[in-house]
Structure formats: C-alpha cells, structure tokens
Design a protein around this ligand. Sequence first.
Ligand code: ADP
Length: 248
Amino acid sequence: GARRETLLYLDGVNKTFDGFKAINNLSLVVQRGEMRAIIGPNGAGKTTMMDIITGKTRPDSGDVFFAGDVDLTKHDEASIASMGIGRKFQKPTVFEGLTVEKNLRLSLAGSRSVFEALLHKRSGEENDRVEEILHTTRMVDKRHRLAADLSHGQKQWLEIGMLLAQDPELLLVDEPVAGMTDAETEETARLLREIAEKHSVVVVEHDMHFVRALGVKVTCLHEGTVLSEGTLDHVSSDPRVIEVYLGR
Ligand code: ADP
C-alpha cells in the first residue's frame, strides 16, 4: 500500500579525519520511494556522508541502516552496491568508445566480463529494459551514437541509465547538473522525478534552480550535521542557512 517506510536511516553518525570532525552527530532518514535533495556549503560533509552510505568510508560511530536491519557499517563497497545502492559520481565514467546502447547493455550484464557481455545473446527481457532506460534517459535517438560524441549533459544521463540498469533501490547522485546547460538542467529535473516514481533517490546539488525544479524535501548540511530540513522555501528562509551561505 501507500504506507511509507524507512529505506535509509542514519543516526548519530560521526567521522573524524586527522582530528577534524567531517561528520558530527549526523542523522538522516529517507523513506522508501522518496527523493531527497542534500545541499550545504563546501566542506559541509555531503561527500563524506555519501561515502559512508556506500561503504567507501567507515564512520567512527553511529548507526547506518538500509532496508530495515541491514547495518551498512558492517559491509564493504562492493557488497553495498550489490544490495541495491547505486552511486553516480559527478564525473561521468561511461565507455567512450562504445555506443549508448552498448554501454547500457554492459551495465545490464552486470558482473559478466566486457567480452562476454558484448557476445551475450540478447533476451527479450533485456531488450525491454534497454528500451525502457533509453526512453527514461532521453536517449532513444542517440542509441547508436558513440558515448564520446555525446554532450556533457547526455553523458550524465547515460550514466544515470547505466545505474538504472542495475535496478538499485536507492540511487545516490552527486551534482548531476554541474556543467549542464539550462535546458539540460530542466530536463534532468524531469528525468529524476520520473526515476523517483520507482526508486528512492538522494541527490547532492548546489544549483538551487534545479533543487526547486525537483520540488522535494531538502536537507541542508553544515559542519557535518543537519542545519535545516524541510521544503526548499522553509530551508532557504531559515536564518541559520542564510547566515551560512552569506556569512562566508
Ligand atoms: P562537501 O562534500 O560537503 O564539500 P566533504 O564531505 O567533502 O564536504 O568534506 C567535509 C570536510 O571533511 C572537509 O573539510 C574536508 O576537507 C574533510 N575531508 C573529507 N575527506 C577527507 C579525508 N579523506 N581526509 C581529510 N579530510 C577530509
């Protein structure tokens, strides 16, 4: 039914690097089916938070749970990825020398070797997934184009498509619209909203026009903890948030 349940749960998380508290008593709850935008000035701890969720960084203390009782602090990066947490870094990492469609088919093939995956006989189900992802990522008419020949924005979409091919329950997306044109930025907001109908999404982003277009709950981090949370209007009119952004 429509009952909301917690998908991602961080509570009292701490991480110190060389005596510097990058994450300080951080708590965050993301519901299944929710898209959340994370904002905050440089150094706020956004990347470290994503690193902790994905197992790249182990917290010093605190709880990090996924899908109820899965303690993410007890797993490494590869096993967390296989549990259904996909991460898209800011810099696209597509295979430049392959077409859009081949890139997607490789991701769908998952752990098979590149060689095996390219030889792999195509199943109907796989073809349907490819079509669906091409459609979602606005790539239907770019399917035969080499990834190298895509615009920066299109590469970002292709990489989102490659993540979708792994069918993650939770997508973590790092600054997807950095370097995009205004038109691409608007399209990316629509694209992510479509994706959020089937997946939970956490998106870190600086571009406030984009965050507004997403129309989702916002969490503002500062000094490794939650400074303000709520609608963008609420957060952006919060005097503490204004001070952090203007007082620098
Ligand atoms: P954001 O992504 O919000 O800009 P980060 O999570 O990258 O913030 O960084 C938070 C703070 O932690 C910064 O002051 C950064 O210098 C520090 N930090 C992050 N990773 C490391 C690391 N591996 N070693 C030392 N300091 C780090």
